[in-house]
Design a protein around this ligand. Structure first.
Ligand SMILES: Nc1nc2c(c(=O)[nH]1)N[C@H]1C(S)=C(S)[C@@H](COP(=O)(O)OP(=O)(O)OC[C@H]3O[C@@H](n4cnc5c(=O)[nH]c(N)nc54)[C@H](O)[C@@H]3O)O[C@H]1N2
Ligand SMILES: Nc1nc2c(c(=O)[nH]1)N[C@H]1C(S)=C(S)[C@@H](COP(=O)(O)OP(=O)(O)OC[C@H]3O[C@@H](n4cnc5c(=O)[nH]c(N)nc54)[C@H](O)[C@@H]3O)O[C@H]1N2
Ligand SMILES: [Mo]
Length: 769
């Protein structure tokens, strides 16, 4: 443990760091000494903090200020702003919230406000917003995440809890000690494991992968990208067409059954509904056997290869991982369910090193040796309004007031939204089909956004409030996927007129007479003490004796010892399924779900099923748009955060977001490395910078998410995006009536070399004020 002289630390979703402060400015973010594998994104922190795209003072869109709520809404994204004082801005917001509550009711306020904000657990932006609005009658909220909605809703139904999706899963240690083979659908990209929500004190994934490799375990990377597996893994690369994974998994299952390699005892004892699924696989339901030959036609992986892999999986202790990306597509529930069924047929679920897991290459900490440790958090408070949307249905909500929709067995209605309040998220980064979003965004009378930076979302808002970043305030950083708790100490004074979200909502609450219930009479420091002590009370003293708050704050961090025994998912269930049933209706793994079947959803039947995605290389649409666009997580930033800073900027090609394309696909279009290209489909067009590679399968291109949306004609639906935000191109459709998750990966496009002088990127210039 550090002594009194411990450096003041700070914390981010991508790592703990020590800010170096010179003359009131942060010049450097030094990696935390206890982190074995710090994120290469740290050098961007100082740039972003002091960048000219910070919002200097509260601002109101001119059309809204002149004409009142709803004024010149079609100018959102193109309008000027007027700088106002904090008092004026807060009066305008309070009056507008009061108007909407009076005339339309609280459900007319949408405050689902999805987004990652920053790592501190007290200044958790969305929680602060929802505590405030909950106290003044409530708001329409949101369920689930963009990360893994389809998977989460599915596993809650068929496994009974979220644990398999969100961790802790079977530990890497167990895999190193017991597995022979790791089969990775979507690979295991270490770029993604830089990150976990609430922050990472200790990056463990690369180290674990090295240990698993050193133990002699083989890896198989089933992904359109070779480099989804680190080269030191020496993984076999199998590159199916994107979205054909469900067909592959069904064919692996089919092979195991017809060759008698399935574990009949496991299926009888631990699973419900295997026979129904078997009938489907064998073709009894629809006359089509889901054989290796059948899947070969869909995936372009040879039938022999599929059969060979099935036999190898049955002959080995095999661990199957499916990354979350696979379920971020049309019918995204299916690859998750098919993987569960495949693992059940192998019969190794609940055995050390065997079975399945999700997202091990999606984020840090899904399978490390995590201690039993409570995390300090700010409670959400109560929301008296019942209406909600599945989070990725935001554009549907705004475009279709009063219309019915389905979600996980419920028939619901979209409420009529008049005010959107966003705090800690960036829908113009995260949502699909931005042109459709702009159309939806024109519906509400008022849009309020808090952010430290002039993101595209801020630039499409009516009232914009500048907030502090983690370096400008005190907080506590912690995550359920990490064993460090960090005292995040203010390093510099707030930039410009920025204020903390907590302070802003306190002053808004004052205007409603609810300050006492919102702030509960505590200052920031008293809150930090309060949430820390509440966690300390829940902590198991046999795991670790938590010091009192003052000692923690002075030490700078807590390091809770790693768990001594590896975790095995469903180990207890396997030992005694009657005494330890799963919390599903049958108490078993539901290969067939009576409940899901009872909803009669054509897009999510009662067992894992091959359902053709709306767009993929096997569909008719591929004639016009022959390339499958995968919008992966960026290695150089967190979503849209820090796009203006050096690590991200150094990765740009001709000033635009890189687009990786296979050598043959590039040659056929006369595209060379470094060319500016136009990527387009019926939904929109963007400019990007070409990177020609052999590491990506033919017919597939990759553009990371997160380049700031930069329309050539601001405010105009269908404008060319000069910078390369791939969400201009993506499909905005629910995965199915079950989960209604985002289908971002279901996108076909065409690419051509851009003729003429590419227009300059202006995404990071502030709007006219
Ligand atoms: N096409 C495509 N789209 C995707 C995905 C994909 O795979 N493909 N992935 C999706 C996924 S998994 C996710 S999680 C989403 C991520 O989408 P978001 O979470 O919305 O993305 P961020 O850029 O992290 O947005 C967080 C915002 O909070 C702001 N912020 C930081 N700290 C504070 C604070 O203290 N207060 C306030 N008020 N604001 C703060 C940041 O400046 C930033 O603008 O994107 C989704 N979008
Ligand atoms: N550096 C960094 N790390 C991050 C984030 C970030 O912004 N920056 N964001 C974090 C967040 S919020 C999340 S939710 C996770 C997301 O984690 P994931 O969803 O797992 O991440 P992706 O990068 O979208 O996809 C991983 C890989 O899946 C492969 N893939 C895509 N579609 C298919 C398919 O149809 N079949 C197969 N077999 N493979 C496919 C792609 O080749 C891709 O490289 O990442 C987290 N990690
Ligand atoms: Mo995510």
């Amino acid at each position: 443990m550090p002594k009194k002289t411990a450096p003041a630390l700070n914390h981010s979703h991508w790592g703990t760091f020590e800010p170096v402060v010179v003359d009131g400015r942060v010049t450097e973010a030094r990696p935390f000494a206890r982190d074995p594998d710090p994120s290469p994104m740290l050098p961007s922190i100082a740039d972003a903090l002091h960048h000219h795209s910070r919002i200097a003072q509260p601002a109101v869109r001119a059309g809204w200020l002149d004409d009142g709520p709803g004024g010149a809404r079609e100018r959102r994204g193109a309008d000027r702003y007027v700088a106002v004082t904090w008092e004026r801005a807060l009066d305008l917001i309070a009056d507008e919230i009061k108007r909407v509550i009076r005339d339309r009711g609280n459900q007319a306020i949408y405050a689902g406000s999805y987004g990652w904000g920053s790592a501190g657990r007290f200044h958790h932006a969305r929680t602060q917003l929802q505590r405030f609005l909950g106290g003044v009658g409530g708001f329409t909220g949101a369920r689930d995440t963009y990360s893994n909605a389809a998977g989460a809703v599915l596993v809650k139904n068929v496994l009974g809890s979220l644990q398999a999706m969100n961790g802790p899963g079977t530990s890497w240690k167990s895999i190193a000690d017991h597995a022979d083979l790791v089969v990775m659908f979507g690979g295991m990209p270490t770029r993604n494991t830089q990150v976990t929500p609430g922050g990472v004190g200790e990056h463990t994934t690369r180290g674990w992968l090295e240990q698993v490799k050193a133990a002699g375990v083989e890896f198989c990377n089933i992904s359109p990208m070779r480099d989804d597996a680190a080269s030191f893994l020496e993984a076999e690369w199998i590159a199916p067409r994107p979205h054909s994974d469900t067909a592959l998994m069904l064919a692996l299952s089919h092979t195991l059954i017809v060759e008698g390699l399935h574990d009949a005892d496991f299926l009888a004892r631990y699973c419900a509904g295997f026979n129904r699924f078997r009938d489907y696989l064998l073709g009894a339901e629809d006359g089509v056997a889901k054989s290796a030959d059948w899947a070969a036609g869909l995936s372009e992986i040879s039938a022999d290869k599929i059969r060979g892999l099935a036999r190898k999986m049955a002959a080995s202790r095999t661990f199957i991982n499916v990354n979350w990306s696979l379920q971020r597509g049309d019918h995204g529930e299916q690859p998750i369910w098919a993987a569960i069924a495949l693992a059940a047929i192998l019969g190794q679920v609940g055995l050390p090193g065997g079975g399945f897991g999700f997202g091990y290459g999606s984020m840090e900490g899904l399978a490390s040796l995590l201690p039993d440790m409570p995390v300090p958090t700010l409670s959400l408070g109560r929301n008296p309004v019942r209406s909600f949307i599945p989070v990725a249905r935001i554009a549907d909500l705004l475009l279709n007031p009063g219309q019915p929709f389905q979600y996980n067995g419920q028939d619901l209605i979209y409420p009529d939204i008049d005010l959107v309040y966003w705090c800690g998220g960036n829908p113009f980064h995260h949502h699909q089909d931005i042109n459709r979003l702009i159309r939806a965004w024109r519906r509400p009378a008022t849009i309020v956004v808090h952010d430290p930076w002039w993101t595209a979302t801020a630039r499409h808002a009516d009232i914009v409030l500048p907030t502090t970043t983690t370096l400008e305030r005190d907080d506590i950083g912690a995550s359920a996927r990490d064993r460090f708790i960090i005292a995040m100490k203010q390093a510099i004074a707030p930039v410009g007129e920025a204020r903390d979200d907590f302070a802003i909502f306190g002053d808004l609450a004052e205007r409603f007479g609810t300050r006492d219930s919102f702030a509960e009479g505590r200052t920031t420091m008293q809150w930090l003490r309060h949430i820390y002590e509440a966690a300390r009370e829940r902590a198991n003293p046999h795991v670790f004796a938590w010091p009192a708050f003052d000692e923690f704050w002075e030490r700078g961090y807590l390091e809770v010892p790693a768990a001594s025994t590896p975790h095995v998912l469903f180990e207890e269930f396997r030992m005694n399924p009657d005494a330890n049933p799963l919390p599903t209706p049958s108490g078993r793994i539901e290969i067939f779900s009576e409940k899901i079947a009872s909803y009669h959803y054509a897009d999510c039947p009662g067992h894992p099923t091959w359902l053709e995605p709306a767009e993929w290389l096997g569909s008719d649409a591929a004639r016009n748009y022959p390339l499958h666009l995968l919008t992966t997580q960026p290695s150089t930033r967190l979503h849209g955060q820090m796009d203006m800073a050096r690590v991200s900027q150094q990765s740009k090609v001709a000033g635009r977001e890189p687009m990786r394309i296979n050598r043959d696909d590039a040659a056929a279009r006369e595209i060379r490395d470094g060319d500016v290209v136009r990527v387009f489909n019926d939904r929109g067009a963007i400019l990007a910078g070409a990177v020609v590679t052999d590491d990506i399968r033919r017919g597939v291109i990759q553009i990371s998410t997160g380049a700031w949306y930069d329309p050539a004609e601001p405010g105009v639906i269908g404008s060319l995006d000069k910078h390369g935000n791939p969400n201009v191109l993506t499909l905005d459709k629910g995965t199915s009536s079950l989960a209604q998750g985002p289908s971002a990966q279901t996108t076909l496009v065409q690419v051509e070399k851009y003729a003429g002088d590419p227009p300059p990127v202006t995404a990071f210039e502030s709007p006219q004020i």
